[in-house]
Ligand binder design. Structure first.
Ligand code: NAD
Length: 523
């Protein structure tokens, strides 16, 4: 494996990048240089089924370890990630083209998530005793236990290769499931490195593995597992859900976004502009919750655009290392760079203006200039479809009502942000139609694992983080336990007139909420 520099990936199988459909290897490239890093074999559907069967055989023992036993092993993974973070960052940079600062989020987030679910799992999925709601059930003890789906399959994208693969594996493993991950064909290397470490350096139980390939491998995984956690585009999400429907396999889908930011006239304009620059350009804008569209109240529009343009125009772009930091790296996938170029060209051709940036750069490496577009409107792709690149479009609005109307004028609903005086900004934030809104901040909701994160509308089904982020990997099993014996219950056979009347009188007495009906009279 080539070492040191930032990374890209391309592959030679399947339809995803248009290369040969029959090939049986994936070529992973460094997107900052275009150099080939490594060629890895693709897993056939039979190999996927074999991997799933192998971890399935070990799942019962893993589940039997209990929450603490499983946290013990996941804690070893946390320690490994912390001890080997520089090595992990090298691989992340090499296959994604991220700058070092962006890559450094991956091991840190995972270590925090292991601790979060390790310490909260008992509260979220521990056995519950429930008081019966009706005196008719007073003789019953009610318990609910949460049992994992035996094998969870995870299909992940290329923009955060570890966070979006292991970040969903951690709660599934903590819940007691075995996990098989299919990472993106563009960025499989970091995950392979961590899984190898789980097996050989940590010596973890054989309940975590990965399989490699494109859509065919992903489809085979859907067929073989008991639950699918998918993160990727809404286009692929629809295919995954349709395939899972054939086996009635439940899915959780974390899909794309077109996140709005609203800047009110009473906002701290410096903070809002700096946040927009970071929230729009971080990871080259390849984040599902990136700031993509900005609506600014008229009195501060000119000041905001000038400050945003200055901040974005000053960003240092290129590949970096720990000693010479840069701000914005390369695009990770050539397909995505082409989409970004198309959106920007469409906007410019229809009357938009770039106050900074606006072009894809000549190689080596796949770079798109950090770009601010003004004079945009909702007829343009850049304000309507997910761009997923270092580009923001800014519109002037009369007031917060117009800002909200435009912010909600989208088929997506992942997240958003509102900047302004606290109380007013919070009131506006409550009306944005999406899964999470940051007030006077951007992107930070992803680090607040305490609260659910997921998409409304076409941005997804289900949630990660918080209680839903682990409970979704479990099936509830209700235990209704009779406290007392006796040969028969009054509701059992044989049916007689007297017993039927007794049962209905008792039911009436308990269900009625007024004295007359309790006594069997009409109201
Ligand atoms: P993608 O949909 O092209 O691919 C995602 C994964 O699905 C890859 O592993 C791919 O190999 C696999 N796949 C492709 N076809 C498949 C099929 N027919 N059956 C099963 N699996 C198949 O997405 P991408 O380009 O890798 O990622 C970018 C997208 O991911 C963006 O839309 C982005 O917004 C979204 N995303 C969402 C979140 C979130 O949390 N909501 C997070 C990150 C990225």
């Amino acid at each position: 494996m080539e070492s040191g520099t930032a990374g890209t990936s391309t592959e030679t199988v399947g339809a995803t990048n248009g290369a040969s459909a029959a090939a049986e290897t994936i070529e992973v490239h460094n997107p900052a240089t275009g150099a080939l890093i490594e060629t890895i074999p693709v897993d056939s559907p039979a190999a996927v089924a074999e991997t799933v069967a192998r971890v399935r055989a070990n799942q019962a023992d893993w589940e039997a370890m209990g929450i603490e036993g499983r946290y013990h092993w996941l804690g070893k993974l946390r320690d490994w990630l912390l001890d080997n973070s520089e090595r992990v960052l090298d691989t992340m940079q090499m296959e994604t083209g991220k700058v070092r600062a962006d890559a450094s989020n991956e091991p840190a987030y995972l270590a925090d998530l292991i601790n979060f679910y390790g310490t909260k799992a008992s509260k979220f999925i521990g056995e519950q005793s429930i008081r019966p709601h009706s005196p008719l059930l007073a003789g019953k003890k009610l318990q609910v236990q949460y049992r994992p789906y035996p094998v969870v399959g995870i299909i992940s994208p290329w923009n955060f290769p570890l966070i979006l693969a292991l970040g969903d594996a951690i709660p599934a493993l903590q819940a007691g499931a075995a996990v098989v991950i299919k990472p993106s064909e563009f960025t499989p290397l970091g995950l392979i490195e961590v899984i190898e470490a789980w097996k050989r350096e940590i010596g973890g139980p054989d309940v975590l593995d990965c399989v490699q390939g494109t859509g065919d491998t992903g489809g085979a995984l859907v067929d073989a597992v008991d639950f699918i956690q998918f993160t990727g585009s809404d286009r692929t999400g629809r295919k995954v859900m349709a395939r899972a429907a054939e086996t009635l396999t439940p899915v959780s889908l974390e899909l794309g976004g077109k996140d709005p930011m609203i800047v009110l006239a009473d906002a701290d304009v410096d903070r809002a502009a700096n946040a927009a620059a970071w929230g729009g350009m971080m990871n080259s804008g390849q984040i599902c919750i990136s700031v993509e569209r900005i609506y600014v109240e008229e009195p501060v529009y000119d000041e905001f655009v000038a400050k945003l343009t200055k901040e974005v125009g000053g960003l240092r772009q290129g590949s970096d290392d720990a000693r010479n930091p840069k701000d914005v790296g390369s695009m990770t996938s050539p397909n995505q760079a082409a989409i970004v170029e198309d959106h920007v060209n469409d906007a410019l051709a229809n009357g938009a203006r770039a106050t900074t940036g606006g072009k894809r750069l000549d190689g080596p490496g796949d770079y798109f200039e950090p770009t601010v577009l003004v004079d945009v409107d909702h007829s343009m792709k850049v304000m309507r479809d997910e761009t997923f690149g270092p580009v923001v479009g800014v519109m002037k609005v009369r007031d917060s009502e117009e800002a909200l109307r435009l912010a909600n004028d989208t088929r997506y609903g992942l997240s958003g942000s509102v900047f302004g005086e606290k109380a007013r900004a919070e009131a506006v934030a409550r009306r944005v139609e999406c899964g999470a809104v940051n007030v006077n901040d951007v992107l930070v909701n992803y680090l607040a694992s305490d609260v659910p994160m997921g998409g409304w509308k076409e941005s997804g089904i289900g949630f990660r983080h918080g209680e839903p982020g682990i409970k979704k990997y479990c099936r509830s099993e209700s235990l209704v336990i009779s406290r007392f014996g006796g040969k028969r219950e009054p509701t059992w056979y044989p049916y007689t007139k007297g017993r039927r009347r007794l049962v209905s009188k008792i039911a009436q007495a308990f269900n009625a909420r007024d004295i007359k009906r309790r006594l069997g009279m009409r109201g």
